[in-house]
Design a protein around this ligand. Structure first.
Ligand code: BGC
Length: 767
């Protein structure tokens, strides 16, 4: 190693752009694979070691590519693995398990979206080898991936065998008792001009995915392309052999029909090979630079905090889908947790990040919901309701795919009812549409899809409520709120508040558009058969959805919650987070006031102006004593509501726990993929709470509240036709607004209305 240079060091970024692995720990293998996932939205590939050690779980997932064959419900397909490179040197397998690993390190360069590795091995005869690799999935052309490996025998000439091909033996990890399962068959294997082409087809959806793969070998000053899957070569001591693998991946979902798949795959691979590894890498890095220009948040001075924040943003960038045929799965595209299903995690937790940095992506995510409206309407109809009942768990078609069975916190298999009862997702989606609209003012989207979603959701609530004559209220019964410990309850406050908001907003929007007398709006009203009496009914129902509040202003989580048993949280784990009380089993939790995750308090984050500060504080304190945070969604939301309520230390503690959640595997489940919602929740904490950026009454407001640990935050945001460069420090806000069309913008800073001029830096200080 002494004399062998690090072939890729000059490419790698510095400091807080990197996440490092400095040794190989077998137990952490799958966690690292999730963390080191590479991707470009079109597909993601887990950060496996190229030799695929025993117990590794290579994962290649394409946005929206699901299949149903052989599993309880539709699931994301684990496709063939293109990152597969096996070496045998002097008769011994080169790899972290088979050989002595003298040193090993990997670096995920988040700025450039690349994974670099260097490992030094020794054989049983103490002959050492230097192994270096670098790979990326192009952000410039999402169909292209590339990997380069440098291999140097350090002590003696080496006889090596290389085995590399697209590994089609991949399976999905079975959940519960399903066992491992493959979702595709191989239906073509050909070789054209040194390009190895493999096509697989999913069993049930019949989607074809084609891999074209080319290998260039450089040894003893000679370079040659080959499509051999197994080759043998001799490498002189101290000499480096280089292997460059360039591959392309296409699917019939993009191209329409199979014949073109093969032609396209082979032609694009040949073109990429011609361009060469270095040029492809340059283009990829440049595309990443453009992504970060708008998405990065520069937070000072703690470099660890900075790196952790970038890790959260990085994962949101790589899983943002390229079109509106899919959305972000609960574990992104980095693992098979929750079978790749799509939940409210996207709309409530992640969407704000996309809205403010990449509104095109935000729009695509909402259009995905629009495309699944027919399925949502069917769901509602089948259960005797009107309007749209969006599925609690959704995949490619929007059909309800929540499984019937799951493992509980103690490992016992239990029946699950969320698919039937966790209906708040309907209002969450309507809320997200509105959120997108107030930031972007994208009227076209509203007329095309947004209004229809909000109206169909309102329709659902108006039919979902049950009238109680005695109390003259409309209750929502047989419901599950975000707190999934209590199933089949009545009037979950979060659900009721959101349903009420949905109805009120639908009425407002109807009235606004009616007043404008727009032809397109009238057409929509006609198409969805929206009658005046229905709108009036929405207004009537919304006024009578009950929210129970006690004498002290505490909102009752659901009807009867106050009567459940209160048990103080006595024990904290090593992360200082509550542990499940030993005395009671998970099934008994429903008899207590323990809540699984942020539930009632989320109301204050989503509708911040609806309740006075004193009430928000009391509720935060009350529910904080009862929240067990048994979902990764919980800490970031409690951080947001706690910060707002002035519980700064507690909120900061939840924030840090959540921010480092996947970097340190704090939830213990990062092996199954990165927790999407918490990525978004953490971003919101920095954006809404620390930088203090929110929209109030249609106006952008900035009211920073930096923690002790942070001196300054610098970020760019998109707001309507503007890009705003914002620097926030303790008592100061500096803004550089730019717009192609607008001369001036009015916003609210430190509670005062301020005018900004295009291209002119303005600085505001709080008194
Ligand atoms: C949480 C849900 C969440 C789902 C997927 C569950 O454990 O309770 O709120 O949507 O995980 O992340």
């Amino acid at each position: 190693m002494e004399k062998i240079r690090d072939a890729f060091e000059h490419i790698i970024s510095k400091g807080s752009w990197l996440i490092k692995e400095t040794s190989w720990e077998r137990n952490d293998q799958e966690v690292r694979e999730s963390q080191f996932t590479l991707g470009n939205g079109y597909l993601c590939s887990r950060g496996v070691l190229e030799e695929i050690p025993y117990d590794a779980h290579p994962g290649t997932y394409m946005a929206g590519l699901y299949d149903e064959a052989g599993s309880q419900v539709t699931e994301i397909v684990n496709l063939p693995n293109p990152i597969n490179f096996k070496l045998i040197a002097q008769g011994e397998k080169v790899g972290v398990i088979a050989m002595d690993t003298i040193s090993h390190n990997r670096v995920l360069d988040m700025q450039k979206g690349i994974l670099k590795r260097r490992t030094v091995y020794a054989t049983t005869n103490k002959e050492r080898f230097d192994y270096q690799s670098l790979r990326f999935f192009s952000m410039a052309n999402p169909h292209i991936g590339a990997m380069q490996i440098h291999f140097t025998p350090l002590d003696a000439d080496a006889d090596i065998i290389v085995e590399t091909f697209t590994d089609t033996s991949m399976t999905n990890k079975g959940i519960l008792s399903e066992g491992r399962k493959r979702h595709f068959e191989v239906n073509k294997f050909i070789n054209v001009k040194n390009i190895d082409y493999v096509c697989v087809r999913t069993f049930q959806r019949k989607i074809g995915v084609g891999y074209a793969n080319h290998l260039t070998v450089t040894n003893e000053g000679k370079s040659y392309g080959t499509s051999e899957k197994i080759l043998r070569l001799y490498i002189k001591k101290g000499e480096t052999a280089t292997f460059t693998k360039i591959f392309t991946i296409h699917s019939t979902r993009d191209l329409g029909f199979r014949g073109r798949l093969e032609r396209r795959g082979v032609a694009s691979c040949a073109k990429a090979v011609k361009k060469g590894f270095e040029r492809l890498l340059e283009e990829h890095i440049e595309a990443w630079r453009r992504k970060w220009d708008i998405s990065d948040i520069d937070i000072r001075p703690d470099v660890n905090l900075q790196a952790a924040l970038r890790f959260n943003i990085y994962h949101m960038i790589i899983c943002s889908p390229p079109d509106s045929r899919s959305s972000v799965p609960a574990r992104t595209l980095s693992g098979e947790g929750y079978r790749g299903h799509i939940f409210w995690d996207t709309e409530i937790f992640m969407l704000p990040f996309y809205i403010f940095t990449n509104p095109e992506t935000a729009k695509r995510l909402l259009l995905y919901r629009y495309k699944t409206l027919p399925a949502a309407r069917r769901n509602a109809r089948e259960r005797g309701y009107k309007g749209a009942l969006f599925s609690w768990e959704s995949a490619d078609t929007g059909k309800e795919v929540t499984p019937e069975w799951h493992r509980d916190l103690d490992g016992k298999v239990i029946r699950i009812y969320t698919g039937k009862m966790e209906n708040h997702i309907v209002a969450d989606i309507a809320y997200a549409v509105n959120n997108y609209f107030i930031v972007t003012a994208d009227e076209e989207f509203m007329l095309e899809a947004g209004l229809e979603i909000i109206f169909e959701c309102a329709r659902f609530w108006a039919s979902r409520v049950e009238y109680n004559k005695n109390r003259d209220v409309y209750s929502i019964k047989n419901i599950i709120g975000p707190d999934e410990f209590h199933i089949n309850v009545s009037d979950n406050a979060f659900t009721n508040v959101m349903a009420r908001w949905n109805l009120v907003r639908a009425v407002q929007l109807c009235r606004n558009y009616q007043a404008r007398d727009m032809r397109r709006f009238k057409k929509l009203v006609k198409r969805i058969k929206l009658r005046e009496s229905e709108i009036e009914n929405w207004a009537r129902v919304s006024n009578r959805i009950p929210i129970r509040v006690d004498r002290n202003g505490i909102i009752e989580c659901f009807n009867g919650f106050f009567k459940r048993k209160y048990m103080p949280i006595r024990e904290l784990d090593h992360n200082f987070m509550p542990t499940l009380p030993k005395k009671i089993s998970p099934r008994q939790l429903k008899t207590t006031q323990f809540v699984k995750q942020a539930d009632t308090v989320m109301i204050f984050h989503l509708l911040p102006d609806s309740y006075p500060l004193s009430q928000r504080r009391k509720n935060f304190d009350y529910y904080d004593k009862r929240t067990l945070h048994k979902s990764s969604l919980s800490p970031s939301m409690c951080a947001l509501t706690g910060w707002d309520a002035g519980s700064f230390d507690k909120a900061y503690h939840y924030f840090l726990f959540s921010l480092y959640g996947d970097i340190e595997n704090k939830h213990g489940s990062t092996d199954g993929g990165i927790h999407a919602a918490s990525l978004g929740g953490n971003w919101q904490m920095v954006f809404h709470a620390f930088a203090g950026i929110r929209i109030k009454g249609g106006v952008l407001t900035i009211n920073p509240s930096l923690p002790r640990e942070v001196n300054a935050i610098y970020l760019n945001i998109k707001f309507r036709k503007w890009v705003l460069g914002i620097t926030v420090s303790k008592n100061k806000v500096k803004i550089l607004p730019s717009s192609k069309d607008e001369p001036a913008l009015r916003i609210n800073i430190f509670g005062k209305s301020r005018g900004l001029r295009n291209g002119k830096v303005s600085v505001f200080e709080s008194k």
